[in-house]
Write a protein that binds this ligand. Structure first.
Ligand SMILES: Cc1cc2nc3c(=O)[nH]c(=O)nc-3n(C[C@H](O)[C@H](O)[C@H](O)COP(=O)(O)O)c2cc1C
Length: 183
């Protein structure tokens, strides 16, 4: 897909790394909102087998599930591999963790705790914005030690995705795209 002219909206890549599907569904929702706002958005996995070319898009959103307080290596590797292209177009980053699933007071602490590799990613590509969402946490997703740690933190399994917040973030991107492209 060639980059767009301003009149027909921006071409936006929503690239994501997801282990159990909740980040994939968030990426699809973000792409849907961007499309609805008049842009052309593709949600694509970055799972090693697929390596979408950011150079073919006007702007890029990259998202990753958080594992062990880090972005998945597929997503951080994607950003590093494409840092030149990502560094010279508007980019937004989102992370999907489990802060909303935790008991108080950890919940509010964790909701402000960005993944450990986010400062390095930010330095590499200077994103326009970043956001941390909660995803879905299911019993079968965590290994036994992870389950024990989750329970020790007062965790409850469930789907904690706040679709209103996710859509509002996507709508803000849609709104800011023309200005971000011009910058
Ligand atoms: C092995 C494992 C480790 C995780 N570690 C963290 C973590 O350190 N911090 C966090 O906020 N969430 C953590 N989570 C929760 C996931 O980020 C959350 O369930 C998210 O929705 C997963 O996205 P996905 O369904 O796209 O894989 C972990 C999940 C798994 C399976």
């Amino acid at each position: 897909m060639p980059p767009s002219t301003r009149e027909n909206g921006a071409a936006v890549l929503v690239a994501y790394a997801s282990e159990h599907g909740s980040t994939r569904e968030i990426a699809a929702r973000i792409a849907g909102r961007l499309t609805r706002a008049g842009h052309r958005a593709d949600a694509r996995p970055v799972d090693g087998a697929v390596d979408p070319d950011p150079g073919r898009y006007d702007a890029v959103v990259v998202g990753s599930a958080v594992h062990n307080q880090q972005w998945m290596p597929e997503a951080s590797g994607y950003v590093r591999r494409h840092r030149a292209e990502l560094g010279n177009r508007p980019v937004w980053l989102f992370s999907v963790g489990m802060s909303a699933a935790l008991g108080r007071p950890l919940r509010s602490l964790a909701s402000h705790h960005e993944p450990k590799n986010m400062p390095a990613l930010r330095d590499e590509i200077h994103p326009v914005g970043t956001c941390l969402f909660s995803g879905a946490v299911r019993r079968g997703d965590l290994p036994p030690a992870g389950h024990a740690a989750f329970k020790a933190m007062g965790g409850h399994y469930g789907d904690y995705r706040d679709w209103d917040r996710i859509e509002a973030w996507a709508d803000e991107i849609a709104h800011r795209l023309p200005e971000a492209q011009a910058a």
